[in-house]
Design a binder for this molecule. Sequence first.
Ligand code: IPM
Ligand code: MN
Length: 335
Amino acid sequence: DGKYTVTMIPGDGIGPEIAASVEAIFKEAKVPITWEPVDVTPSLINGKTTLPADAVASINKNLVALKGPLATPVGKGHQSMNLTLRRTFELFANVRPCKSVQGYKTPYENVDTVLIRENTEGEYSGIEHEIVPGVVQSIKLITKPASERVIRYAFEYAKSVNKPEVRVVHKASIMKLSDGLFVETAKEVGKEYPDIKLSFELLDNTSLKLCADPSEYKSLVMVMPNLYGDIMSDLSSGLIGGLGLTPSGNMGNKVSIFEAVHGSAPDIAGKGLANPTALLLSSCMMLRHMELNSHADKIENAVLKTIASGPENRTRDLKGTSTTSHFTEQVIKNL
Ligand code: IPM
Ligand code: MN
């Protein structure tokens, strides 16, 4: 029991197993948090995917939530639950860092990237039409206020972690109006931050450069429209060993929801094989957001130490043989 209450959305598939792992580790680490578990099974109200009122109330009261993976609800007309949460709480900036896990080898060493994704509009606006059979239209909506707030968030983030540069990733060479607006807005916001360098890079070029040699990206923060951020965050994640190792934070002005980027993995659900690392690292991001830094450091170090301690202590997705509960016990030992 503790000083703070945090909403817990365990989620679907492997969600409850990895959420239980986080809860067990938090308890042993004496994190002063009481979890408030909520069910977010939605209903369709006036054709809109709607969250249960008590889940919304819990998040609005606690302001911080940790969320496992959610499957998109079945049934015609339902929208993705992830998007519903982002929209409901105006979580406009999605922060996705990728840092090499020492002790888990990939072809890339010392990766340290941070990508901030616009999280409310772009191709995710959900505006699609069939004009006539065989001709459809999906609207990519870009607005100045949403661009401005995520770009400002990127500058503030860069300042807070002492990175000297913000890089806008875009394709304004083709998407002249929409990405053009994003780029122009960045130039305006950039004037407020004379000490931080502002640079621009075309999306295709960023993809190539990240794969070829990501070292340049250590000293900057990337910011980009929604869909580009979705794709580039998976690409970045691939550099360090995959979505099982990648945390994320959906940030709003009021509420923040921290979540693993991976899906609910129904094929291994309930089998004790899931890797809780991404949710654990997301929970460490959450702890830092709550200024519980020493608890975050303690848990993060224990997780990284466990992964580095050999394949017998790693789950299958990391070429190991450990079960979820064995992994959890080892992290607790390493606290
Ligand atoms: C992510 C996911 C989601 C997205 C899906 C599950 C809707 O891929 O968080 O990156 O596309 O944003
Ligand atoms: Mn994604």
